[in-house]
Design a protein around this ligand. Structure first.
Ligand code: HEC
Ligand code: HEC
Length: 319
């Protein structure tokens, strides 16, 4: 190996430092502009809930962004500005009253999931702003709050009727479905999911449904082999949702079937949706969801924060 003479090395090192400093200095001249527009309808929630949201989420999801000096140094400042822009677009606690009450609950439920999955607050941000960490206790505070505002009714007559009606229809159905419904992106309904292994169950208390997530053989093997990031080609998840019926003693059972959703892993086939084929079939009639093929944007937008987790929320129990 050729040895660089000491003098030349000093020169190059000096030149390198000077160039670096100049570039760094030049970068600071053109800075992104971040303003705080007026707060028009801040979320109304108990103080202990607000404290958590303010500390952990408001920098990007409100009009009360509090930039620290280190957020203002380029190139970091550009990344910060991009996060704030995107964060506010998707959810803004300062304009909370623009959302209908059901959508407010749905957004809060989404928040819990994003935190639970470790996707929010954004990881690089959390590393620097250590005070934004959401602890287990904070998460419980948020959950309890969402539970109190949802108000699940025991023996909900509407739900019981829906369940009974559906049962009658199924009982009287003359023949099984012969042709399989297909979503607009070409993903076909997979009837076999009922025989797959359940890998997780969740309860969506903001709208009173319960879900079971099933994995096909490829998924189950991947879990066993600890090969789940990325999930292998051929992995399929099915997520099934039913109404949640609560009796007078607080016991929970499934009510009417709502929908089943699929995610199929095939990097080559589903390039535009991060390697996953998404589909949702609603009601026992299995009506494909969406008006155009762009329905997948909705799926992707909610699953994208999980990009470090191959876009999957479910964490199978590790052993
Ligand atoms: C550093 C900025 C930043 C912070 C802090 C932050 N977020 Fe986000 N959030 C984002 C960005 C950027 C996205 C879009 C992510 C993407 O599309 O990949 C997002 C997306 C979301 C979404 C999905 C919204 C939708 O409609 O698709 C939710 C929910 C969310 N964040 C909740 C939270 C919660 C709750 C907190 C606090 C615990 C939080 N975020 C903290 C930047 C941030
Ligand atoms: C509002 C946010 C949101 C949207 C929109 C969304 N999902 Fe999900 N999805 C979730 C959450 C959260 C989970 C985790 C399971 C749970 O808590 O219900 C999940 C889980 C899943 C799973 C099980 C695998 C996993 O990632 O855990 C499938 C399959 C699925 N979604 C399909 C879809 C399809 C298909 C669409 C679009 C038609 C869609 N999702 C749209 C939030 C969303």
């Amino acid at each position: 190996m050729k040895v660089i003479p000491k003098k030349a090395f000093r020169f190059y090192f000096f030149a390198f430092v000077v160039t670096g400093a100049l570039v760094f200095g030049a970068l600071q001249i053109k800075q992104p502009v971040i303003t705080n527009p007026p707060v028009t309808g801040d979320i109304q929630a108990p103080a202990e809930v607000k404290v958590i949201l303010r500390r952990a989420c408001y920098d990007c999801h409100s009009n009360e962004t509090n930039l620290r000096w280190y957020d203002k140094i380029a190139p970091v400042s550009w990344k910060v500005a991009a996060h704030i822009k995107r964060g506010r677009e998707l959810m803004n606690f300062s304009e909370w009253n623009k959302l209908a009450p059901v959508d407010q609950k749905a957004k809060l439920w989404e928040c819990l999931n994003q935190i639970n999955a470790g996707a929010m607050p954004v990881k690089d941000y959390e590393t620097v702003h250590t005070s934004s960490k959401v602890s287990e206790q904070d998460l419980n505070t948020l959950k309890n709050y969402l539970n109190t505002i949802t108000g699940i009714t025991p023996m909900d007559t509407a739900k019981l009727n829906a369940r009974d009606k559906q049962y009658e229809l199924l009982k009287n159905r003359a023949t099984a479905i012969t042709s399989l419904p297909k979503a607009l992106n070409g993903v076909e309904f997979i009837p076999d999911y009922k025989n797959w292994q359940a890998i997780s169950t969740t309860e969506r208390f903001d709208n009173g449904t319960m879900r079971v997530i099933f994995g096909n053989e490829v998924a189950v093997k991947a879990i066993k082999d600890h090969q789940i990031n990325p999930w292998p080609k051929g992995t399929v998840f099915a997520k099934v949702a039913w109404d949640q019926v609560v009796d007078n003693n607080g016991n929970i059972t499934t009510g009417a079937f709502k929908q089943v959703e699929f995610m199929i892993k095939d990097k080559e086939k589903f390039v535009s949706t991060h390697g996953w084929g998404f589909a949702r079939f609603k009601t026992p009639k299995l009506v494909p969801y969406g008006k155009t093929v762009m329905f997948t944007n909705e799926c992707i937008n909610c699953h994208r924060p999980l990009s470090d987790n191959d876009f999957v929320f479910t964490q199978p129990i590790k052993n």
